[in-house]
Design a protein around this ligand. Structure first.
Ligand code: ADP
Ligand code: MG
Length: 605
């Protein structure tokens, strides 16, 4: 509809229309569909169709011009204020506040009254009262951008303020400007029509939609069609522009995409097809994961991040989960307490048993009781675990009191005790620190203390030491090991570092493209890896003192999840692969403590 209206406005001069200003008093108030006048005539006998088409053109031009003017001025002020900050910001924004302090129709009337009636003045008035809206909006976005690294980098490279605003800031705020523009243009067309309606915009005999409506007012009862014609057109124009603006906003702002909720659900959606499989691994284990399938459903794509993972963990046991980035280690660990973000995450199959509770079937209330209380997580990046605006003491006591009702004092004493347990120096003082006042290693200790707060049975440590330097890493590993011995804690230790696994875990599992490819006692697997992938992963680790050798790498890249090769996913990168490897599903074969998902394992060589 908008395209149609715009086309009509553009083509107006070429259409075979009558003169919109030619009066013919003999033909006053002709009805619509009369011989010479398709839409009838007005009180001066002027052809309504011609006036309507010309009026629409004028109203559109006025509204668009006002919107553009407001957007350009407002955006410039907003960018300058947001970027420069300080006194300039204060000066500009207080001026804007003053403009906004007036009811804006009143302000527009006052401006026109001061400048005198007329099209251009009406346009200036509408632009002036809408400019603050743009200025505020754009300033907010700019303030957030002005502190970003790429702006610092531009400044360091010698760019002047003007250039940074034009080259670095403007392209980033442009989508916001476009959204604001498309959603307000309809409104501004309405406002300019309003001024014309009051006789302050277009002057007779020139027609615009507002003045046509204004002139028809006197004959509203006797000849309603004269008012209805411009009225319907205003409705159509504003409506189509607004709907268009909404569409543009949806397209440019991915967060608002097609009604998708912006916050993940409290627990991952479980959508298992078929009955849960009978438990194979670890009867009597503390935690038994069986054939877990977690996938991300994004539009029509399905990414199987965990494609049938089985693991078991006994009391006091430490199991290492090793694999390249993106192999599905974190997704597996998060699935246990249904913490994978949903949407897009879905648990599509398998079971997770904690003692004898089937976690994936448990209602949210039970799940909440388990999270942090029996299964706790330590994440790779403690900065992401801790809230930057709360003291670590507050966060620790909150974690404690979430599961154990106790007074604030008691919880605080317990928090200090926990910090002492994780070897935080001077815990009585540090407890009132904010996360940014701690070092990376200390923050990770707080993360571990928080995981220990409720004396859990299982800790999922997701690369807790990857971000730390080796000495701190050694201390944290020693600490986890000691806690495991003292408290009988079971640990699932996710890492890509075989050295760490060798130090902490008695068993290890190797993951590739969402599946376990090898499992066994750490010493045995390290000494004699059975899966070619494991062997090559181990070969990638430099061994100090082992003499000079070429440091190996594994050629190729892990396959994309939505295009896994048939059969063994590692086959395309494997030096031992034979045609049979790509033929069909390769199962995980268990022999004693060891298991390997390979048709031609290394041990057989
Ligand atoms: P890692 O083994 O490094 O911990 P992850 O378990 O985090 O790997 O990720 C496994 C796979 O799942 C990766 O290919 C990743 O791209 C994908 N993935 C993880 N989270 C999401 C998400 N929210 N949406 C889509 N894909 C995801
Ligand atoms: Mg991870």
């Amino acid at each position: 509809m908008l395209a149609l209206i715009l086309l009509l406005a553009l083509a107006t001069p070429f259409l075979p229309l009558q003169d919109p200003n030619a009066t013919a008093t003999a033909e006053r108030f002709a009805r619509p569909l009369s011989p010479d006048h398709l839409l009838g005539t007005d009180h001066l006998g002027r052809d309504l169709l011609a006036r309507l088409v010309h009026g629409t053109r004028l109203s559109l031009a006025m509204g668009l011009a006002a919107a553009l003017l407001a957007a350009v001025l407002g955006s410039i002020l907003g960018i300058v204020a947001g970027f420069l900050g300080g006194r300039a910001d204060n000066l500009i924004m207080r001026g804007i506040d003053m403009l906004m302090g007036f009811p804006y129709v009143l302000l527009a009337l006052a401006i026109v009254a001061a400048l005198g009636p007329g099209l251009v003045n009406a346009l200036i008035a509408v632009a002036a009262v809408n400019m603050p809206f743009f200025a505020r909006n754009i300033r907010g976005v700019t303030v957030a951008l002005a502190g970003r690294e790429f702006v610092d980098a531009a400044r360091l490279s010698g760019m002047g303020n003007l250039r940074i605003m034009a080259v670095e800031i403007l392209p980033n705020v442009l989508p916001v400007i476009v959204i604001a523009l498309t959603t307000t243009t309809g409104w501004m067309i309405l406002e300019t029509a309003g001024l014309s309606f009051l006789g302050l915009g277009s002057q007779p005999p020139q027609a615009d939609l507002g003045s046509m409506l204004g002139e028809a007012r006197a004959a509203l009862i006797s000849h309603p069609h004269v008012a209805v014609v411009p009225g319907v057109m205003i409705f159509l124009v504003v409506m189509s522009i607004n709907l268009f603006g909404d569409g543009v906003r949806d397209a440019l702002d991915p967060r608002l995409g097609a009604g998708a909720p912006t916050r993940p659900l409290p627990a991952t959606v479980v959508d298992r097809t078929g009955p849960p499989p009978p438990s194979q691994a670890g009867h009597g284990a503390l935690l038994a994961i069986d054939d877990l399938r977690t996938e991300f459903r994004i539009g029509r794509r399905v990414l199987p991040a965990a494609g049938g993972v089985s693991l078991s963990l006994g009391r006091g046991e430490a199991l290492g989960l090793v694999g390249e980035s993106g192999s599905g280690k974190s997704v597996t660990a998060l699935s246990v307490m249904r913490l994978v973000a949903s949407p897009p995450g879905v648990i599509a199959g398998g079971t997770v048993r904690l003692d004898d509770t089937e976690v994936l079937d448990a209602p949210l209330r039970i799940l909440r009781g388990l999270r942090g209380r029996r299964v706790a997580y330590v994440f790779q990046d403690p900065q992401g675990t801790l809230h930057p605006l709360y003291r670590i003491g507050e966060q620790l006591t909150e974690a404690i009191r979430a599961h154990q009702p106790m007074s604030l004092q008691a919880a605080r004493a317990r928090a200090i005790e926990l910090l002492r347990d994780v070897r935080m120096p001077r815990p009585e003082d540090r407890i009132d620190d904010y996360p940014h006042q701690l070092s990376g290693g200390q923050r990770q200790r707080v993360g571990i203390a928080m995981a220990l707060a409720n004396d859990p049975d299982v800790i999922m440590a997701d690369e807790p030491t990857t971000a730390l330097d080796v000495t701190v890493q050694a201390q944290i590993l020693a600490l986890l090991d000691q806690l495991r011995r003292e408290r009988g804690l079971a640990i699932l230790f996710i890492t890509h570092d075989f050295g760490v696994v060798a130090q902490l875990c008695e068993r290890l599992a190797v993951m590739y493209a969402g599946r376990i490819v090898e499992e066994g006692p750490t010493a045995e697997v390290l000494a004699a890896p059975a899966h070619p992938y494991t062997r090559r992963l181990i070969a990638c680790v430099p061994a100090p003192g082992a003499g000079r050798r070429r440091l190996e790498t594994i050629p190729g890249l892990p396959p994309p999840l939505d295009a896994l090769p048939p059969g063994c996913a590692f086959a395309p990168r494997c030096h031992r692969a034979r045609p049979a490897c790509s033929d069909g599903e390769v199962v995980l074969r268990r022999t004693g403590m060891r298991a390997v998902r390979c048709l031609y394992p290394e041990a057989a060589a």
